[in-house]
Write a protein that binds this ligand. Structure first.
Ligand code: NAP
Length: 475
């Protein structure tokens, strides 16, 4: 059975204490590889390697650093097929999705920041005849990047790329449930010409090596994507040492459908935003709020379209949904379907696990629940969506805002004024109007309320991974 290794100082290494965890294939429900369960000893090696590499990496010309990141992007594209197969097997997502979204986006992340760093500028202010003030931005040193399992290489690279571009060295940990593509990245990192020790990848449990990365006095910033409960702990630990911390956390995203929308498009895209990646995207819309005059028509068409989705083998080109990531996760999602029924909800579609050992669940549509119930308040993170009617625009806004989360929202309307008016009153980091999941990478990305603090993306991320210092000169 394959044993994944850590990637430290440019070398693949076994964990110092020789401890391993099981890595499951969610489509088969069986163990298919072993992953290091790292301890403090492995972190010490990674810290030593990154501290040794920092001086030369941070002083390397921006042009050269940029070219290494651009080369890494090219190498990911050249190895797309192999990486996509690994991602799909590790995570359970359809291979078609890994090929068209996850792996191409990982390449884009390195290309985007490889280019951004060349164009990144800092501010300068001149008070004519009196003073000139400029802001220098220096890399922080060694930083920690911790990512979740739902979009493995996509989110792993989204954190690492700006940190490296800015001249930091990185100690990164992918989720223990989806370590494979991060492990494969090491080989490409070496081929790209990145010096040894600049990027170090350690594996294992969040409560073990993840917590150790956050607690380490060597890491000067933590960029974390994951659940809100974990994020709270990471934030509290990091703040003890006044570390910079960016938290990208969970969501319970509303999808507002007004009667004046293009209904064909709203139905089609709402099915997509509910069930893509088995509903395991933090930005999936999980509460669809529909103006009452079109409620019945939307419901009928939405259920009929969702019923056409095929759930099955991630490697079958016909599969729209693959497997959920783990036994524990499918049990959690199923418990929410049971809870929804206890709370008075009616299952209009799905609700069942497919027979066999894989973690396959039908797309599930529920209605008849109010906004205060747990089903409509807590993040389920699976192929489960609720439908509810609203009477007025104000009611739609109030219900949309009535959770602790504030990650994203989608609005379906053909009324331009309404689009702006409603967007401005929604408490979420991103609002999509008549679309979903589109984003120019130059814009800041992140959530409000319990969906996180800080913003990633664009120059925000380069600023996060640097320390500003103001220099003021009297003229
Ligand atoms: P999670 O359980 O919070 O884990 C996220 C990462 O943190 C994993 O690598 C995990 O390691 C690690 N971790 C766990 N405990 C830790 C600790 N005490 N200290 C440091 N690291 C620790 O989240 P998940 O279940 O993997 O991911 C799903 C969640 O991520 C959902 O809530 C989803 O909404 C959110 N998410 C948010 C965004 C966004 O951009 N806002 C994007 C994607 C996902 P292990 O895997 O080993 O436990």
């Amino acid at each position: 059975m394959e044993k994944i290794q850590n990637f430290i100082g440019g070398k693949y290494l076994d964990p110092v204490k020789g401890e391993y965890l099981d890595n499951y294939d969610p489509g088969k429900g069986e163990v298919y590889s072993k992953i290091p369960n790292c301890t403090q000893e492995d972190l010490d090696l990674a810290v030593r390697a990154s501290e040794a590499a920092f001086e030369s990496w941070s002083k390397m010309s921006i042009d050269k650093r940029s070219r290494i990141l651009l080369k890494l992007a090219d190498l990911i594209e050249e190895n797309l097929e192999e990486l996509a197969v690994a991602e799909s097997r590790d995570n359970g997502k359809p291979l078609s999705l890994a090929k068209s979204v996850d792996i191409p986006r990982a390449a884009t992340n390195f290309r985007f920041y490889g280019s951004s760093i060349v164009n990144f500028s800092s501010e300068s202010h001149v008070s004519e005849g009196f003073m000139v003030n400029y802001t220098r931005r220096a890399p922080l040193g060694v930083v920690g990047c911790i990512s979740p399992w739902n979009l493995p290489l996509y989110l792993f690279s989204w954190k690492i790329a700006p940190a490296l571009a800015m001249g930091n060295c990185v100690i990164a940990k992918p989720s223990e449930m989806t370590p494979m593509t991060a492990a494969m990245l090491g080989k490409l990192v070496n081929e790209s010409g990145m010096p040894a020790g600049v990027l170090n990848i350690v594996h294992g449990e969040g409560s073990g090596i993840g917590q150790a990365i956050v607690e380490s006095t060597a890491t000067k910033a933590i960029s974390f994507t994951g659940g809100t409960v974990t994020g709270k702990k990471v934030g509290a630990t990091a703040s003890q040492q006044f570390k910079k911390v960016s938290l990208e956390l969970g969501g319970k995203n509303p999808n507002l459908v007004f009667a004046d929308c293009d209904l064909d498009e709203a139905v089609k895209m709402s099915v997509k935003s509910s069930f893509t990646n088995q509903g395991e995207i933090c930005l999936c819309g999980s509460r669809i709020l529909i103006e009452s005059s079109i409620y019945e028509e939307f419901k009928e068409r939405f259920v009929s379209e969702a019923a056409k989705l095929k759930v099955g083998d991630p490697f079958d080109e016909q599969s729209d949904l693959g497997a959920l990531v783990s036994q524990a996760h499918i049990e959690k999602v199923q418990s929410y379907i049971a809870l929804a029924q206890e709370e008075g909800g009616k299952v209009l579609l799905g609700g069942n696990r497919l027979p066999g050992n894989g973690y396959f669940l039908e797309p599930t549509v529920i209605d008849g629940l109010d906004e205060k119930c747990r089903t409509n308040q807590e993040e389920i993170f699976g192929p489960v969506v609720t439908l509810s009617p609203f009477e007025t625009e104000d009611e739609a806004i109030n219900v949309a805002n009535a959770t602790r989360y504030g990650l994203s929202c989608t609005i379906w309307t053909s009324n331009l004024k309404r689009a702006h008016r409603v967007s401005h009153q929604i408490h979420s980091g991103i609002v999509w109007v008549n679309c979903w999941l589109l984003r120019d990478l130059r814009t800041p990305f992140g959530g409000m309320k319990d969906s996180g603090i800080g913003r990633e993306g664009g120059s925000e991320a380069l600023q996060f991974f640097s320390e500003p210092q103001n220099i003021c000169i009297k003229l």
